[in-house]
Design a protein around this ligand. Structure first.
Ligand code: ASP
Ligand code: MG
Length: 423
């Protein structure tokens, strides 16, 4: 029987009322087999990152951060389950006891590995709460440990999915899970190495989880439930008049996500495109509304789309002796970027220099610059903004550049990228 995959992000489970709302959305799909992928509640992942830093880097107080996460979740539980004898209390207490034990022991020497073991707790707890609440409200469901099905390599914090193994696992596993009703509740964002350690798939990776599960089960569709009415042509944070896009091709969705539209995680689209599984983006507040569908209809967007990224840094890299920049330099430079796991947002080269724009991530960029400086002269400009316009024309460029100076402009047929500075 055809099944759907639903993804509910942090904002859709941020408090008790949101969890109630999630249940009411699911009740609109009776007798439908659904895999429900859930993220950590609200901003839990950020707080667990703080806990990781306190534990591993000794920055901050681990005990008080842990108390904060605990209190937040038990408030939600108390609101949803007035009867304190319910098993969910014990279940979540056990998860926290394990976490407490973990952070009371000395860390291993891998920050990323410790990060994944700690941060993954957010999704474990959120899914336990959601699953228990669904039971309470009459939606029969099974809690599934996603780590039993999604297998990755051991690139912690950015696990690479082993598609073959994952497909092999899912095929017999998922059908067995339907015995308890039509709904499976599972964690977004997580995977597991072959030796049983939890990995994460990169921040905001729950959309990707939905896509992996849909691909491997040949689902009929994926729906991402959000607090916006669908994919908009710009983030309402930046623009007064934004418009919802009814339909979008996979190609456009990949491009937009790649350029930084935060509405969908960039890795989400490709697996769906390969199997032509449509992706719906809908509002969990107005579940009856149409939202956006992303599918294989090859249409261009009817309106330009704008993507703004702040906190950008532009590096200009040139050989120390002012010779030309040649292929060997490029291979050195790219290797350094890859080693520091810094993603390039735009790049451009001239005879004597190579310019690269990227997110100014303070955990990565200073180290990257230091390494580059061993072999190159590196100049930089920070506090910049990167504006991408898909289906641009001159008036749209003029509009976004008011009061700004363009430092780098990169145009392709449908997309323009502008690195700008306020003047
Ligand atoms: N909870 C994870 C994060 O905040 C994954 C997700 O929300 O998609 O990054
Ligand atoms: Mg999230």
């Amino acid at each position: 029987m055809a099944l759907k995959v639903f993804k509910f992000g942090g904002a859709s489970v941020k408090d008790a009322d949101s969890v109630r709302n999630l249940a009411s959305v699911l009740k609109k799909f009776p007798d439908q087999k659904i895999i429900v992928v859930v993220s950590a509640m609200g901003k839990t992942t950020n707080v667990l990152e703080k806990l990781t830093d306190a534990y591993f880097l000794k920055q901050g107080n681990a005990t008080s951060v842990l108390e904060e996460v605990k209190k937040y979740h038990f408030n939600i539980i108390a609101n949803l389950f007035p009867d304190t004898t319910q098993t969910i209390y014990r279940e979540v207490e056990t998860v926290f006891a394990d976490l407490e034990r973990k952070v009371s022991m000395a860390p291993s020497d891998s920050y990323s590995k410790e990060y994944d073991q700690i941060v993954s707790v957010g999704e474990l707890i959120s899914t336990k709460i959601v699953s228990a609440y669904l039971h309470e409200s009459g939606v029969k469901n099974t809690w599934m440990d996603v780590c039993e099905v999604i297998k990755t390599d051991n690139t912690y914090r950015e696990g690479k999915v082993d598609w073959e193994l994952t497909e092999q696992n899912i095929t017999p596993f998922v059908p067995l899970r339907w015995v308890m009703g039509d709904v499976i509740v599972t964690q977004g964002f997580l995977g597991c190495t072959s030796d049983g350690f939890t990995t994460t798939l990169g921040r905001e990776g729950s959309d990707y989880t939905a896509s992996i599960l849909a691909y491997c089960t040949n689902a009929e569709s994926v729906t991402i439930w959000k607090d916006v009415p669908g994919v908009m042509n710009a983030d309402p944070k930046w623009f007064d008049e934004t418009q919802r896009i009814d339909q979008m091709s996979y190609q456009d969705a990949i491009e937009l996500a790649y350029y930084g539209a935060t509405v969908i995680h960039p890795k989400t689209i490709k697996p769906l495109q390969n199997k032509k599984i449509p992706l719906y983006v809908k509002s969990f507040l107005q579940p009856e509304e149409k939202g956006t569908v992303i599918n294989d209809r090859q249409t261009h967007l009817p309106i330009p789309c704008f993507i703004f990224k702040v906190n950008q840094i532009l590096l200009s890299i040139s050989p120390k002796d002012f010779s030309f920049i040649v292929e060997e330099n490029f291979s050195d430079i790219f290797k350094t970027f890859a080693e520091h796991r810094v993603k390039i947002n735009v790049m451009q080269n001239s005879a004597i220099s190579f310019s690269v724009c990227m997110d100014n991530d303070e955990r990565k960029v200073p180290e990257l610059i230091k390494t580059l400086q061993k072999n190159f002269r590196v100049l930089y400009n920070d506090h910049l903004e990167l504006i991408t316009i898909r289906y641009y024309n001159q008036p749209t460029i003029d509009r976004v550049c008011i009061g700004k100076k363009i430092l780098l402009e990169h145009k392709s047929r449908y997309t323009v990228q502008l690195v700008v500075k306020n003047v």
